[in-house]
Design a protein around this ligand. Structure first.
Ligand code: NIG
Ligand code: FE
Length: 418
């Protein structure tokens, strides 16, 4: 089936060259076509251009063609959210109040709250119930414009529960129109019973969890929370190496709480991305410049935890690309709203709307290994896009940070009822 979207006020993030990522100064140059059309053939972007060049033939309605009139509206490629933990049980608003009263993320974690709290709840939750909770979140992010998402395990912290999460992710892959990549994050926190011997937990991750996850083919990638109070660089090194032996590419939680060495170990193993990276200095920027690793900021977590902001402007000025992801999780970012992430990024990191659009589409697609498939309006890519409500300019999207401006969602070429 063909779909024609006509009279598009502005077609945004058009890239005839299908670049896999956009870096440095290029990030401020956004490809757009005003007064445009777009043709979708089955699930693929077939053609686009200016309305004045649209062939008369295409405007004729046939039973096989669908025509959408987008007068006054803009079309964007769907957001790609390259870092989430959206399979979790329940919520943790109790800690929200504790944080407001002055406890830090680390202090909450030390008292057995935080990730361990979620792990306890997840253990008591059946796989079906976990799936239903995660499905509701997946449907919510679809309605907010996300078309591709990476989802991590990490609230199991024992083999059985980690596998339970990864099976739920697999079920989401099969039952939602989202393009999903799954990441094994057994090394998200050290469970209480291993507190005095954390290396024994690392051994469990390496010798038991990774082989079982691989045997069921449940993870595309492997991640470690490499940070103060969580996993050391040495432990991270061992875990990444073990996962890579089974074909899982590395992604890292690095430098969220301190300058951890996480960025360097990620670069060493050619990680797809290093994420959080609040504590980033010249030596990390140098290391990233020599790598293919995508520095990824998580503006929701930095906002929610009141953290210092990663030096994204400095990184772009040095010539690096930057990606934005939501970190959707119950402890540090209980939302997967990528439009809101763009707004936080623009204001708090001094990122221009053009840069934020690249960072939350093509660069975040790269950070989850799918930028050959999605992340820009390019011929041959999967037709994952959204049509806005009537808006004056593309900058209005991050500017009007509290408004829902998405009217129509199209995933795999099909309109989704939102
Ligand atoms: O990315 N930093 C580690 N993990 C999550 C937080 C998880 C939690 O607190 O539940 C994050 O911020
Ligand atoms: Fe995270």
């Amino acid at each position: 089936m063909k779909t024609l979207i006509k009279n598009i006020k502005e077609l945004v993030q058009v890239d005839d060259n299908s670049r896999l990522l956009v870096k440095g100064k290029e990030m401020a140059k956004l490809g757009t076509i005003k007064d445009a059309y777009l043709v979708i053939n089955d699930e693929i972007i077939k053609d686009y251009g200016k309305m004045s060049d649209l062939s008369e033939k295409l405007l004729l309605k046939s039973s096989k063609n669908k025509i959408i009139d987008a007068t006054g509206r803009m079309v964007f490629p769907s957001f790609c959210d390259s870092h989430t933990h959206l399979v979790y049980a329940g919520s943790r608003e109790i800690e929200y109040s504790n944080k407001i009263r002055g406890l830090s993320y680390e202090e909450i974690a030390k008292r057995g709250g935080g990730i361990l709290n979620s792990a306890k709840l997840l253990h008591q939750t059946s796989e079906d119930e976990l799936y239903m909770q995660a499905l509701a979140r997946a449907n919510e992010i679809i309605s907010q414009g996300t078309g591709a998402v990476e989802i991590k395990s990490g609230y199991g912290l024992n083999t059985e529960d980690e596998i339970k999460i990864l099976r739920v992710i697999k079920r989401l892959k099969e039952t939602t129109p989202l393009l999903i990549k799954s990441t094994f994050l057994g090394a998200h926190a050290v469970p209480q019973e291993y507190k005095s011997e954390p290396d024994e937990y690392v051994d469990l991750v390496i010798n038991e969890m990774i082989p079982q996850v691989a045997a069921e083919d449940l993870a595309d990638y492997i991640d470690v929370f490499c940070d103060k109070g969580f996993f050391t660089v040495e432990q991270t090194d061992r875990i990444l190496l073990a996962g890579m032996k089974y074909g899982m590419k590395a992604k890292i939680h690095a430098n969220e709480l301190a300058k951890s060495g996480g960025i360097q170990v990620g670069v060493k193993y050619n990680a797809l991305s290093v994420d959080h990276i609040e504590y980033t200095e010249e030596d990390e920027i140098e290391a990233l410049l020599k790598s293919d690793t995508m520095p990824t900021i998580l503006p929701g977590a930095a906002f929610f935890l009141n953290m210092p902001f990663a030096p994204a402007r400095k990184m772009m000025e040095a010539g690096l690309p930057v990606a934005i992801a939501s970190d959707y999780n119950p402890g540090s970012s209980p939302t997967g709203n990528m439009k809101l992430m763009m707004s936080f990024a623009c204001v708090n990191y001094k990122i221009l709307p053009e840069e934020a659009i690249h960072a939350s589409t093509i660069n975040s697609a790269y950070a989850m290994g799918v930028s050959d498939l999605v992340g820009s309006i390019s011929k041959g890519k999967i037709a994952n896009l959204f049509i806005t409500k009537e808006i004056p300019s593309f900058s209005f999207l991050p500017y009007a940070y509290g408004s829902n401006l998405i009217e129509t969602v199209i995933l795999n070429g099909k309109e989704i009822v939102i």
